[in-house]
Write a protein that binds this ligand. Sequence first.
Ligand SMILES: [Fe+2]
Ligand SMILES: [Fe+2]
Length: 254
Amino acid sequence: MATLSERADALEYEMSRELERRVAERRPIRSPIYLSGIYDPADPRHDMFDALKDDKPFLMGPDPRIPLMPEKPTLMDFFRLRLGHTQHLLQSAKLALTNGHDEKVVLACLLHDISVIGFISGDHGYWGAQLVEPYVDEEVSWAIRAHQVLRFFPDPSVGYEYPEAYIKYFGADFTPEPYIVEAYEQFRNHRYYMTGRLICLNDYYAFDPATTVDLEEFEDIIGRNFRQPAEGLGFDHSPSAHMWRTMNMPTRAL
Ligand SMILES: [Fe+2]
Ligand SMILES: [Fe+2]
């Protein structure tokens, strides 16, 4: 008679075999942007061509290795099922709430690095702003875009200094490129400047592993400030719907 733990092991083994089988039937395809650097993009090696060589059909839907999203996914579903390391965002939003900022600022903090943890990290402020733009007040998306740039520049009027963590992240010799300085010159006189600056102020540079903030704390703020489409994020034909679909099905071939 098998013990409970033996039966659990057997079940887990069967489940992983089943998963392998499903993945083996159709080839998940990583986009060139995720492989570029590991391979020279001009190199003929590519997931898609490899799949063709193997006579495998491309994966054209959800990747069976990650949790299935609901048919009409909400922002909360993306937080729960697709975004990694959400504590940074949750802690930033909590800080903004504790510091007494209004809901637009709290939402901007909650979403400011959504691209880093769900989509693309390079130029994440711009990608993140574009993702949420159809669903939030223009002040929120403007601030998310601007934080990409503003975080490199001190603002003594609010006590913001160049983050010490950046010396560790980027090296002591890092200086922002000219296009970043140009963007800063544009952003610093904008009417929403302070909202972008507040994202930087409430950004948690020292990630605190001792604190856990629950997503549920922000459910009402999201409900009031994020226009969730009835069709689900990705299926409402908004200008960024395709980006949400890519996050939903990151290895869909085409
Ligand atoms: Fe950021
Ligand atoms: Fe951040």
